[in-house]
Design a protein around this ligand. Sequence first.
Ligand SMILES: [Zn+2]
Length: 291
Amino acid sequence: MNLTITGYSTALFSTWYFVEELGILFDAGEGLTAALLQKSRKVSHVFISHADRDHLTGLLQFNQLNARKGFPIIYFPKHSGSFPALEQFSKKFDPHVSATIWNPVSEETPIWIRDNIFVAPIRNGHVPAAKETIKSLGYKVIQTKKKLKPELLHLGGAEIKKIIEEQGEANTYVEHRTNLLSYSGDTPVEDPARWDHSGILIHEATFLDTGEKQTVHTHGNKHSRLEEVMEMVSGIHIQKLVLGHFSSRYSPEQIDRRINELCDKYAINIPVYRLLPGETVRDILAGKTVN
Ligand SMILES: [Zn+2]
């Protein structure tokens, strides 16, 4: 499946990614409706990673413009108090917009957005919290496909139909799962296995260098360094990498140079795309790669 992804992601200011074919929005930082215009009406499912303001302040206007019966559905980390507060405020502030559904989610909740596609929330350690407390999530988009069991492949349609009738679908098909897209949200680099076999990985890379102080603007919340991300990527199988959430302290040249150095260092040959600070990038994957 070809995905048209448009986004903006600069640490501290705003982050959002719109996946057109899936009608999905990951995060909702400000500026999203101003950039997407009528296309923002194509969004049905909004997955918010955490309650930092640069990831959610676009919701008010988005909601006001786009709410329709049963949609949009806004999914957010189960224990973030900001979202119920925003829901209440939004309903009071814009009483004509009551259709929006606000849905708290945790790792146990697969969210089906189509018959064969679901989104799986992945807990991460961006916001320090007790283990059972869900305050920060990444998301994986998984496509499922029923495939005939290998031992039945030689059979004709009528015979297969008979087996389904006699033994049920579960004994006729196996389910294959394909990870179309993963979105890290804000997160330190943690368990690389969670992103393995992603078709596309959108990962944050707030800081370029390992040595510098990282306390600025993070309020104690944890972020990724570019080198850790690239090292992780070199150890797993993904097809395309999109890097975002860079700190605005870096120039475009610094960012691109560092990405290229690290592609060399870790022998990364997959296409790597990036969202530079302050830039809205339309159809990211149709653009030029950095490496
Ligand atoms: Zn952020």
